[in-house]
Design a protein around this ligand. Structure first.
Ligand SMILES: NC(=O)c1ccc[n+]([C@@H]2O[C@H](COP(=O)([O-])OP(=O)(O)OC[C@H]3O[C@@H](n4cnc5c(N)ncnc54)[C@H](O)[C@@H]3O)[C@@H](O)[C@H]2O)c1
Length: 406
């Protein structure tokens, strides 16, 4: 078998990045639709930025319906209500403006408007039967990378854990990433979204490597590959200094811009490589503690890296180099790479242990078991995961024990 790594890139048709670029929204949307649905939330609905974007859409001849009731973490009933309200409005393009929840709302409603409900028949991978309405994504957080990914993450009250719809059809047609829109993010949101982006970059760079024969028709997320590695490296270099700087000074537009680019790079990387154990374990932990997604994955990441290092010495050493570390051996450099990632999380104020975010010791076994439920995530980890392995990781993360065997 060839030792050359396979590569896969699935991406929006157009990605526009830069301060002030939201001003091109009207012109861009007019090129693909006449009647737009804007999915946003109450916070943004009352803002002058949104009013200007809607006026711009109208000025370009696009008629606009606004749905401003998107709820964080995206409950499935919230999606159904939006779909029911918009089903007969002749919508031909769906625009998500907001954090990951609003972008994922746009993806879900673009799917339902094209193919009808119920939504749960699309859960999992490759269950979307064909093209959905064109999606335009305008993120206001720098974290999820949803503007570039093929997945919509939602909460279904009938299931204990969050679930996903994964299909290349859900990749937005156009992504407009304007870092000025992130300047209003409070420190805690900048940190949690940024920790999510950092986790995407590390997990996709260190994910399982599959043989070239297992490719894009079989899996939405194929594992680490030559192209996702490129985006992960780029994002890691950007995020290392930009994210702590954006947390320290929320008005630092250059830091905001680099953090947003890094999050976008994370979306490109995870959108084909997929994420792994930190995301798998965050699903049950998030359901129990109700902590923001980015905080949960950020708490877990150092322990997951430590667990995975025996399978990924080269990659963690490279992360060390990308983050400005040096050492006499690859093994030492790998450990320094992990410490450097941990130092970023500490600097931005991510809690150190699962106990710090309210998980109690009696729930560790449940979390270890439920962490295996999302097979797409658990199977993507470079070191095989079973209940024992998951127990080892969550126990270490609960106690703050970074001495996992290596
Ligand atoms: N589809 C994907 O590829 C993907 C990837 C990772 C995470 N996610 C999902 O995305 C969601 C998390 O998204 P998120 O972290 O962007 O947060 P969010 O969209 O859930 O928003 C959280 C809060 O931040 C507020 N907010 C958003 N932008 C703001 C701004 N500029 N200024 C002030 N407040 C602002 C929102 O109004 C909301 O109250 C979760 O549901 C997660 O599972 C999706």
């Amino acid at each position: 078998m060839s030792t050359v790594s396979p590569g896969l890139l699935r991406a929006p048709r157009t990605v526009i990045f830069g301060p002030g670029q939201r001003q091109v929204l009207g012109r861009q949307v007019a090129g693909i639709g006449k009647t737009a649905l804007v999915c946003t939330d109450r916070r943004l609905a009352g803002s002058p930025e949104l009013a200007i974007m809607i006026e711009d859409l109208s000025d370009h001849g696009v008629s606009v319906a606004v749905w401003s009731e998107t709820e964080a973490e995206l409950p499935s009933e919230n999606i159904a209500t939006c779909h029911a309200a918009m089903a007969d409005r002749g919508i031909d393009v769906v625009i998500g403006i907001g954090g990951g929840s609003c972008l994922d709302m746009a993806k879900a409603v673009a799917l339902l408007l094209a193919h009808g409900g119920p939504l749960d028949r699309y859960y999992g991978e490759y269950a979307v039967p064909g093209p959905v309405l064109p999606i335009v994504a305008v993120p206001t957080t720098a974290g999820t990378g949803s503007e570039a990914t093929p997945v919509c993450v939602l909460t279904d009250a009938r299931r204990e854990l969050k679930t996903g719809i994964s299909s290349p059809e859900l990749i937005p047609t156009i992504a407009i990433c304007d870092p000025e829109l992130t300047v209003s993010c409070p420190t805690a949101l900048t940190a949690s979204a940024g920790a999510d982006a950092l986790t995407h970059l590390v997990e996709s760079f260190t994910a399982i490597r599959r043989p070239a024969t297992v490719l894009s028709e079989q899996r939405v997320f194929i594992g680490k590959n030559a192209i996702s590695d490129h985006y992960a490296r780029w994002g890691l270099q950007l995020i290392a200094t930009a994210l702590p700087a954006a947390v320290e000074d929320p008005s630092d537009l250059a830091a905001r811009a680099d953090t947003m680019l890094a999050a976008n790079a994370g979306g490109f990387a995870l959108g084909v490589a997929g994420t792994a154990a930190a995301h798998a374990l965050q699903y049950p932990i998030g359901a129990i503690t109700h902590t923001p997604h980015g905080v949960g994955v950020g708490v877990l990441l150092p322990y997951v890296m430590r667990f995975n290092v025996p399978e990924r010495v080269g990659e963690f050493a490279e992360i060390g180099r990308l983050l400005g570390q040096s050492a006499d051996s690859e093994r030492e450099l790998a450990l320094k790479g992990i410490e450097a990632v941990d130092a970023i999380l500490t600097k931005i104020g991510i809690p150190k242990t699962l106990a710090d975010i309210g998980l109690t010791e009696d729930r560790l076994e449940y979390v270890a078991e439920q962490g295996l439920v999302s097979k797409r995530l658990a199977e993507n980890n470079p070191r095989p995961l079973d209940v024992d392995a998951m127990r080892q990781i969550v126990t270490a993360a609960y106690r703050g024990d970074l001495t996992l065997p290596f």
